[in-house]
Design a protein around this ligand. Structure first.
Ligand SMILES: O=C(CO)[C@@H](O)[C@H](O)COP(=O)(O)O
Ligand SMILES: [Co+2]
Length: 221
């Protein structure tokens, strides 16, 4: 099942509710929520309070991408704030297995994410435990960056590992996703697609969402 996850990093934070309702009405499944701490990545966004306020205003699945050091310290807070999926970077903790267990213990879905420079071998031990694997297709920290084409092969290899072991996790891609890049990722095995600037930097985000869906449908034929 393919899902589109608009990233509110590119939304207007003074009109956040409007920008969330807009994509919800356009028929997306997820809302991608980027949490940045100014340490793990060179940018800062917001914390659990904003996630809790978003939760009160939408029934979309809140797909929380934690770009923070020591994520263990905040997992409970983001789970209680109403995050549905908490995705943590394998590079952000020394104890990835324990951190993934902690997410599951908080009764939310567990995701794991890899920077472009991190090999798939780094996450193999936790693959049986996770609901989602996110392959970064840009360096994390900012919206509007160019898609890194080499990441398509990483998605393909991950899909092979998934099929070989009969794992059930979703494969998500994040960064530089547009009508030009989504098809390659879908064809390689991704089924959750984050879209930030491509969706929100347009006059008609609804049309951009439709064009992403159309590009996937074309690839499927
Ligand atoms: O996690 C991140 C950036 O670190 C993303 O979720 C961005 O929000 C994607 O933005 P675009 O590349 O689609 O503009
Ligand atoms: Co993200």
């Amino acid at each position: 099942m393919m899902k589109i996850a608009p990233s509110i990093l590119s939304a207007d934070f003074c009109n956040l509710k409007h920008d969330i309702v807009l994509v919800e009405k356009a028929g997306v499944e997820y809302l991608h929520v980027d949490i940045m701490d100014g340490h793990f990545v060179p940018n800062i966004t917001f914390g659990p309070k904003v996630v809790a306020d978003i939760r009160k205003n939408t029934s979309l699945v809140l797909d929380c991408h934690l770009m923070i050091d020591n994520p263990e310290a905040y997992i409970k807070d983001f789970a209680q704030a109403g995050g549905d999926i908490l995705t943590i970077h394998v590079e952000s903790t020394r104890h990835i297995y324990r951190a993934v267990q902690l997410i599951r213990d908080n009764n939310v879905k567990a995701g794991i994410v890899l920077n472009p420079g991190t090999p798939l071998t780094a996450i193999e031990p936790v693959l049986p435990l996770v609901d989602q694997v996110l392959i970064m297709t840009v360096n994390p920290g900012f919206g509007g960056q160019a898609f890194i084409p080499e990441m398509v092969e990483k998605v393909r290899k991950l899909k092979e590992i998934k099929d070989l072991n009969d794992y059930a996790f979703d494969i998500e891609v994040d960064g530089g996703i547009s009508d030009k890049t989504i098809g390659k990722c879908y064809e390689a095995g991704a089924n959750v697609f984050v879209g930030g600037s491509y969706i929100y930097d347009a006059d008609t985000p609804e049309q951009r969402i439709q064009s992403l869906k159309d590009a996937v449908a074309l690839t499927s034929k």
